[in-house]
Design a protein around this ligand. Structure first.
Ligand code: ZN
Length: 98
């Protein structure tokens, strides 16, 4: 009994479902990353490799480590600790709301 034989015991529908979940996850991460100005191709590829761990990693990295705020002038997402908006040059004050 090798690992390959065990893999063949898994019904095809499970693999199809897994593929669909990975595609949805990858597309969502791709869309979300492009919206946030992150590397969407890298993150999108990362998102179709594994579920749900890669989604959790993505959420931790983008929501906690690289937290962003919305520029109130142009509406683009910029790094939370940015002093200037890289898109429109707007200067952020210390009391800016996120
Ligand atoms: Zn801006």
């Amino acid at each position: 009994m090798g690992d390959i034989e065990k893999l063949q015991e898994v019904p095809l529908i499970i693999w199809i479902l897994l593929a669909v979940v990975l595609l949805i996850q990858g597309s969502w991460i791709f869309y979300d990353a492009s919206k946030r100005g992150e590397n969407k191709w890298l993150w999108g590829l990362f998102g179709i490799l594994n579920t749900p761990s890669n989604l959790i990693v993505y959420l931790i990295v983008t929501r906690i480590i690289f937290k962003t705020k919305e520029c109130y002038k142009c509406g683009k997402n910029v790094k939370e600790n940015a002093l200037y908006c890289p898109y429109c040059g707007n200067k952020f004050e210390d009391d800016d709301r996120i």
